[in-house]
Ligand binder design. Sequence first.
Ligand code: HEM
Length: 232
Amino acid sequence: MIDKGLSSTKTTVMLATMLFAAIGNTGNVITYLLLHLEANPKWKVLVENEARQLYKDSRTSGRDDGRPLFSMNSIETQMPLFDICISETLRMLFKGPFIRRSVEDMFVDQKHIPRGTYVMFPTADLHYNAVFYSTPQEFNPEHFSADAIQERRRHGTTFVGWGAGRHMCAGRRAAQMLMKVIVILLLSQFDTHIVTDGGEPVRRVPEQVENQLFKVCPPKQAVTLRYEVRRQ
Ligand code: HEM
């Protein structure tokens, strides 16, 4: 940005926005992911096993101070079930609009969009569409199995959890890495449960606060992570 001659005010605004997008989105997405796993024990066990295996392998990979050593490559390639759980969580979370302003005169489906018009794209039309996702109201990571993705390809873009096109999320890899490290460290060493304020297990995933168009919002109902050190 500095190389391109942006003023320090613009550079600061851009960096602050990036930080807010990063921290806000990543924190709320990992919260929802853990909530979905809590409500879907079968998937929780699968993800726990993946995380525990990675943790186990890491401890034998040559560091002598006892602290885990993960390679980026193993984190990126050895958690396929967690990957599809992230995609499914994003699918369910993104139902609001993406907003753009057209920078030139254009036509979409023969409809004229004059330059300068604000355009909204309702992401729920994709993410909650039964043509693309067999059980759109349910948390079902199989929606992102290799076969399901292949089958959807003929429809073009059907998933925008990381955006699409030129302005897709620039921090996707960093966000995925961060969420995976959190999950590996948490689930491999602790038995976790998400509970309500009163200590009851959360069986239904709470709705999102919906007062913000530009980021993933937190749950309406307060939830707490209860954890205890895992007996090996
Ligand atoms: C789970 C966490 C995250 C999610 C779900 C997410 C999602 C998104 C989405 C949907 C967009 C496109 C918005 C649009 O088209 O209107 C976007 C853009 C962006 N994201 Fe993320 N994001 C996450 C984390 C991060 C992180 C950690 C960073 C930075 C380190 C980041 C930086 C950006 C930037 C710079 C853009 C704008 C790209 C552009 O306009 O060209 N994001 N993100």
